[in-house]
Write a protein that binds this ligand. Structure first.
Ligand SMILES: Cc1ncc(COP(=O)(O)O)c(C=O)c1O
Length: 378
């Protein structure tokens, strides 16, 4: 058995720029609520083609804060895919609302707009579609649906920073989008999240709520007269992201185009190598979508969990790290009692796996993955 895989699954891409950015934030003593955060938020919003980005400690705290700020809570239903990292579902429960699961399109792994529409009831308040594996969901269908049924639309863009839908960046379509900055995302600050919206008033509220409801930010207070006291008009939380993280985030954004270009090269090697492959099927990418290739997920053609597992073992034996595909949240203990039946979700979760992809992967790493795959006998 290999002690460490020859081809890693995913690695954050940091260089001297991130080290120096973090060091500068530390030397400045502005380690939270300072100028690096303001700069990171501004640059993040620009990439998303949106007016505001509000930095938070994770996607999870950001989405929870947003649900609370929008008044979504007990008695409300929120439609969400089950095929997602379970955080997308957990936040709905944390806010006191009820998740309602919709099935997916097995080709793209994204929530099916038609099934979403079927799941709407008089209690539905919001839809939370997910850009799974960084491949944007059919957000324009959800915009139409949300407008027609008077529902709040929140995009789980945890994985899709830098992706495009009909030529426009993720974050520019839905009224509210939430991104993750976790280590496996296209840019990372270790942990972290961003809420993106054109609603300036809501952004100000979210900035207060992430900081215990405080009326002034630390930086505003620092720059104002000593007797300009802050107030606490609302009950808030501590969901802050630090300026050390934000400084790293600015350095990461400067490399975004290079990261995306590398990911595209690796993905193309896989896509070319997997055309008409006998064992696995690559994801289908609609013409109007440009994914950031945050993950590269494939399904085993025969749909058998045993084949998927054997393939993962085979990769492991030959030094290639893989992960199972995106989970089916409704099959986990907290949600099993709801008895949701989601045939496409269940089939995909049982038969999919993810291949290594990250910017520092080499051409020969990707070729090695394909070579190991070609030696697999099911
Ligand atoms: C689709 C999706 N939503 C939400 C999350 C949660 O993000 P975070 O870890 O930043 O809270 C993730 C993280 O992997 C994710 O993939």
């Amino acid at each position: 058995m290999p002690s460490a895989p020859e081809v890693a699954f995913s690695r954050p891409c940091f260089g001297i720029e991130e080290e120096e950015a973090a060091a500068r934030a530390i030397r400045s003593r502005w380690v939270v609520g300072g100028p690096s955060l303001a700069e990171f938020e501004k640059r993040f919003a620009e990439v998303c083609g949106a007016e505001n980005a509000v930095g938070v400690s994770s996607w999870t705290t950001g989405a929870f804060l947003l649900l609370k700020a929008l008044g979504i809570g007990p008695g409300d239903e929120v439609i969400v895919p089950s095929l997602t990292f379970i955080a997308s579902v957990n936040v709905i429960v944390h806010a006191g609302a009820t998740p309602v699961f919709a099935d997916i399109d097995p080709g793209t792994f994204n929530i099916d707009p038609d099934d979403t529409e079927r799941k709407i009831t008089p209690r539905t308040r919001a839809i939370l579609p997910v850009d799974q594996i960084g491949l944007p969901c059919e957000i324009d269908r959800f915009q139409v649906l949300a407008a027609a049924k008077n529902l709040i639309l929140i995009q789980d863009a945890a994985c899709s920073f830098g992706s495009k839908f009909r030529g426009a960046p993720a974050g520019s379509h839905a009224p509210y989008s939430v991104f993750s900055l976790h280590a496996r995302k296209v840019i990372t600050t270790g942990e972290g999240g961003m809420i993106v919206t054109n609603d300036g008033e809501l952004s100000a509220k979210l900035r207060r709520l992430r900081h215990q409801g405080m009326s002034l930010s630390d930086y505003q207070r620092h720059k104002s007269s000593p007797t300009m006291f802050e107030s606490y008009p609302e009950i808030g939380y501590n969901f802050r992201i630090t300026d050390i993280q934000a400084a790293i985030g600015v350095a990461q954004i400067q490399k975004l185009d290079a990261f995306l270009a590398r990911r595209r090269v690796i993905a193309q090697i896989y896509l070319d190598g997997l055309k008409n492959h006998t064992t696995v099927v690559a994801p289908s990418v609609p013409q109007h979508v440009t994914p950031n290739w945050q993950s590269f997920q494939v399904r085993v053609r025969d749909g058998q969990p045993s084949t998927r597992n054997a393939l993962m073992e085979h990769f492991y034996r030959y030094g290639v790290a893989t992960r199972r595909g995106v989970m089916a949240s409704h099959l986990e203990e907290p949600y099993r009692h709801m008895g949701a039946r989601l045939p496409h979700t269940e089939a995909v979760a049982a038969s999919s796996l993810q291949l290594p992809i990250f910017p520092e992967m080499t051409h020969s790493d990707a070729e090695r993955v394909l070579e190991v795959l070609s030696n697999f006998k099911s």
